[in-house]
Structure formats: C-alpha cells, structure tokens
Write a protein that binds this ligand. Structure first.
Ligand code: ZN
Length: 150
C-alpha cells in the first residue's frame, strides 16, 4: 500500500454520543468494540438505541465483538459535502459487517479509496482522534476476503 494511510479530516465534527451510545464510546477508550445486546431476546444491534428493534424490550447489556468482519458496502465521497472535507477527498466511508452480524460505519486506515472492495476482510483498529475520543476504524486483515464481490 506504499505507506498510504487514512487521515481523518481534522475539522470533521466528532461523534456526539446519545445516552444510549455513551457506553459504546466509553468502551472504545478501553480499546474494546462492544455492541448493544438485548437482554430479552439476545439480538445484537448497532448503533445503540433505546428499544430493541426485534422485540421492543428496553433492557440491554454489552457484548464485546471480535473486531473482525468484512466490507459490506461503501461509498466514496468526491465532493467536499462538508467544509471539513475540503482537501480531504476522495474519502471512502465503509459499512463493515462484523463477524457477529451487526454493521458499523467506519473508514479503512490502509486502503486507498479507489481500492476498497466489497467483501474485503477487515479488522478493527482503535484510533485516538483527540484527547478522550477513540474511534473504531478498520484495516485490511490477513484473512481471506469474502466471496461477495463488487
Ligand atoms: Zn430484543
């Protein structure tokens, strides 16, 4: 990959966690990727919400994910649709399907936007963007890419 590495546009707004999502971001600070798990039916859901999308229960616990997954979908932004993106395009945003099932929106740290492929095997990397804020980004892993193709 010739040393290329994703750099998050420094002026891009930071996540503003909801009350439900705060434990997810707190776990990231500990380098753990967790997903909300319904205490009633066991469904995993992300992003965190007040109510289970499967059974409407409102009690949850948190399950730690392996951090492994594959690229389910992606979009490459060419226009600076936000002032913070000026000079930072093209920028690939990926939807990762975690091995455990939930999907998470992120960026790939080591894959050029034009080289992103659906099915690419990825694994989480924890990136501290500013003091007190760690995000879950992903890198191309050594695992075999999924058979799904573009
Ligand atoms: Zn449920």
């Amino acid at each position: 990959m010739s040393g290329w590495r994703f750099e998050r546009p420094p002026n891009l707004p930071l996540p503003q966690p909801t009350e439900e999502a705060q434990p997810f971001f707190d776990a990231l600070k500990e380098r753990r990727l967790v997903v909300q798990c319904c205490s009633n039916c066991g469904a995993l859901q992300h992003p965190p919400r007040a109510m289970c999308g499967s059974c409407q229960a409102m009690t949850f616990h948190w399950e730690e994910m392996s951090g492994k997954g594959c690229v389910y979908s992606y979009v490459v932004t060419h226009q600076a649709v936000h002032p913070a993106l000026a000079g930072h395009t093209p920028l690939a945003t990926v939807e990762v399907e975690l091995a455990e099932g939930p999907h998470i929106t992120s960026n790939l740290v080591d894959v050029l936007p034009e080289a992103v492929k659906i099915g690419m095997a990825v694994e989480v990397v924890f990136e501290r963007v500013v003091a007190g804020v760690v995000l879950a980004l992903f890198r191309h892993s050594g695992a075999a890419d999924s058979a799904i193709s573009n």
